[in-house]
Ligand binder design. Structure first.
Ligand SMILES: NC(=O)c1ccc[n+]([C@@H]2O[C@H](COP(=O)([O-])OP(=O)(O)OC[C@H]3O[C@@H](n4cnc5c(N)ncnc54)[C@H](O)[C@@H]3O)[C@@H](O)[C@H]2O)c1
Length: 380
């Protein structure tokens, strides 16, 4: 029988947004078993959550220190192989650092940390260790997003000359205009979210999508953020110009006050031979626009797709692939990597992507606060 990876989870308890996605993703391809963790900040709540969800209750921990101490006391064969960190942002750094220092593989939610400095410390901490580290930029798990990456790689679009990514949500609109209501979400609390709300929450996904699909690296950014109120310390909207090189440019638009928008992530990439566009709310349709040819609509599961895209699909064409499947595909890639099986570099975003994301957030914030100037992204 195939050995399942022992997975621990930090955060993601009953009332959380993203927890269920990680749990379902872990079980999707039968590579993992959830053995314990700390799903809430209070031990009793974690225990209750585990009981209510049929999860084992003998490895529920008070916090990260308790988890490390007790897991390290177990024989290696019993110990958690990998731990998912799905808490609010401000807790990621301390948890991840301790996990890396004790040689656990890690799956971490975005944004990786609350500062670029912390992200660089994590990069140092993993150096020389043979550990797998994934950052869950979930949208990279969709079959047609993976197909975009492979189409660019294959040269079908020619030389990329323009990129346009938009991530519009409207959920902060009913909250932002009332000072009391702002206190109801950690996203508007710099202590918990980090310096940024909009860029750290969704702008960073958009940034990752561009680099993931085009294979290009953003060189510098110029941003114009909106805070709406002087007493609100957090950006809730931001437009960022992107410069890849002298002749390759793009724009990233993100908003949490795009009233009425739900999860409107869309990306358009234009090369000198073809363009393509994809929307998260309609993820099974990829539009390919080649010069002098009729519009083509590519869909998951058909033989014309790349191996990476085809391997991201479980059912015959016509069964819609959704956000749970996308996360499941990321967990699948991580399992292959941990088990030493072959995998494609497009199967999961890495710590390096997480570090670049933090670099992007801080550079864009610096650009805005210094009068909308160009600020470089480190390209080591
Ligand atoms: N990949 C994506 O598309 C995506 C989508 C949403 C959120 N996220 C990220 O996931 C993370 C969590 O976001 P969310 O919206 O699920 O948050 P949330 O506030 O809905 O849930 C957070 C969970 O963490 C638990 N928690 C808080 N403190 C804890 C502690 N000290 N120890 C253990 N558990 C603790 C809470 O009890 C809760 O269950 C954030 O970093 C966010 O940016 C990613």
């Amino acid at each position: 029988m195939r050995k399942k990876l022992k997975l621990g989870i930090l955060g993601g308890g009953g009332n959380s947004l993203i927890g269920v996605l990680h749990r379902v993703a872990a079980y999707m391809y039968e590579h993992y078993e959830i053995v314990g963790g700390a799903f809430h900040s209070k031990y009793e709540s974690s225990l209750e959550f585990a009981k209510n969800n049929g999860l084992p209750t003998d490895r529920i921990y008070k916090n990260i220190d308790d988890l490390i101490a007790k897991e390290m006391a177990l024989p290696e064969t019993e110990r958690m192989d990998v731990v998912s960190v799905v808490t609010p942002n401000f807790l990621h750094f301390d948890m991840v650092k301790k996990l890396l220092d004790n040689n656990f593989h890690v799956i971490c939610e975005k944004p990786l940390t609350t500062t670029y400095q912390e992200a660089k410390i994590l990069k140092k901490a993993i150096e020389g260790k043979h550990l797998v580290f994934a950052v869950t930029h979930t949208y990279t798990g969709y079959p047609m997003v993976r197909e975009m990456r492979k189409l660019v790689e294959s040269g079908r679009l020619g030389t990329i000359q323009k990129v346009d990514v938009q991530y519009y949500q409207g959920w902060i609109n009913p909250i932002i205009h009332d000072v009391e209501k702002r206190k109801t979400t950690w996203h508007l609390d710099p202590e918990k979210s980090g310096k940024s709300s909009c860029l750290a929450d969704i702008g960073v996904h958009a940034f990752n999508m561009i680099e993931f699909t085009t294979g290009l690296k953003v060189d510098k950014v110029l941003s114009d953020l909106n805070y709406l109120y002087d007493d609100n310390p957090m950006d809730i909207d931001g437009t960022v110009l992107l410069r890849f090189s002298k002749n390759v440019k793009g724009v990233l638009r993100s908003s949490q006050v795009a009233t009425g928008e739900e999860n409107g992530l869309s990306i358009k990439i234009y090369g000198d031979k073809a363009g393509m566009k994809w929307e998260q709310e309609d993820p099974n349709f990829l539009y390919l626009m080649e010069e002098d040819k009729p519009l083509q609509v590519l869909k998951p599961g058909h033989a014309y797709n790349s191996e990476l895209s085809l391997n991201s699909v479980k059912l015959p064409p016509g069964h819609p692939e959704g956000i749970f499947d996308a996360m499941g595909n990321i967990y699948l890639g991580v399992a292959k990597a941990i088990k030493g099986e072959p995998y494609d570099s497009g199967e999961f975003p890495t710590l390096t992507d997480g570090v670049r994301g933090m670099n992007f957030i801080e550079s864009a914030m610096e650009s805005h606060s210094n009068g909308n100037i160009w600020v470089a992204i480190d390209n080591e």
